[in-house]
Design a protein around this ligand. Sequence first.
Ligand code: ATP
Length: 279
Amino acid sequence: KMTALSSQQRRPSVKATPFTFEQIGGQERAKQELVEALDFLVRHEQIAKLGIRPLKGILLAGPPGTGKTLLAKAAAQYTDSIYLAASGSEFVEMYVGVGAGRVRDLFKEARTKANKTGKSSAVIFIDEIEVIGGKRDGGQQREYDQTLNQLLTEMDGIHANESPRILLIAATNRKEMLDSALLRPGRFDRHIHVELPDKKGRLHILNIHANNKPIAEDVDLERIATESYGFSGAQLESVMNEAAIYALREEQDKIAESHLTMAIDKVMMGEKTDREASR
Ligand code: ATP
C-alpha cells in the first residue's frame, strides 16, 4: 500500500465568494426547490426532535454551464455557511488511499473552518461527482472505490444536531452514471434538475451579465434571448463578453446589437469546433 505520498497532498480548492440567488438568472424552479431544501435544513432542532432523517446531500443534475456551482455558492450564502468546493477529478489518484484521504481532509477542513469562523454550518460542494461516484461494476475493483466508500462513510457520519452542521451538494451532468449507493435515502436523496434556460431565463441571464457593461440604448436583448436558443448560462455570459470585445475592436464605447449577433455566431461556432476537435 502506498500512502507515503499523502503528506504531499494537494489541498482541494477552497473558495469563499459570497454569492446570492439574485445573481442567478432563470432557474426559478431549481432555486425554489433548493431554498425549500435549505429551509428544511435550518429547522434542524425540530427535525431531530421529530426523528426525521436529516437532509445530508443535495444533487444538482443538468447540462454543463447552467449554474450548478452558482447555486451551491448561493446555498452557502443563504444558510450563512462556510463554503468549500472540490471537483471529483481532484480525488482520482494513482495511489490507493490518497483520494480517500482527500475526502476525509475535505470534511475535516469544513468542520475546522466553520468552527474557526464561528459559523454553525458548512456547505461542501463537489462538482463532477460521477468521477468518484460512478457505478461500480461488480467484480472489477477500481482504485478509487475507496474514495467513494470514504465519501459514503462521511455522509453517514453527518448528523442533524452536530455543530457545525454539514451539507453536501454535488453536481453532475451524468446522473444516470451514479452508483446507486450514492442515491440511497440518507445520501443524495434530494435531486434538483438544473436545465438549460428558456427564453425568459436567457433574457434574465443576459441582463445580469449586461449589468456591468455599456449597452447601446436601442439594443433589443429580448431578440438576443430569442436567437440564443439552446444556450447555457455560461454561453450567454460568453456572448456578452465577446460582444464587448467586438465593440472594443470597432473602437465603440457601447455594445451594439450587431456585436451581440456576431457574438452569438462566434459562441455557436466555438461550440462546434470544440465538438469536432473532440471527435
Ligand atoms: P459545470 O457543470 O460545467 O461545472 P455549472 O452548471 O456548475 O457548470 P457554473 O459554473 O455555475 O455552471 O456557471 C459557469 C458560469 O456561467 C458562471 O460563472 C456564470 O458566469 C455563468 N452562468 C451560468 N448559469 C448562469 C445563470 N443561471 N445565471 C447567470 N450566470 C450564469
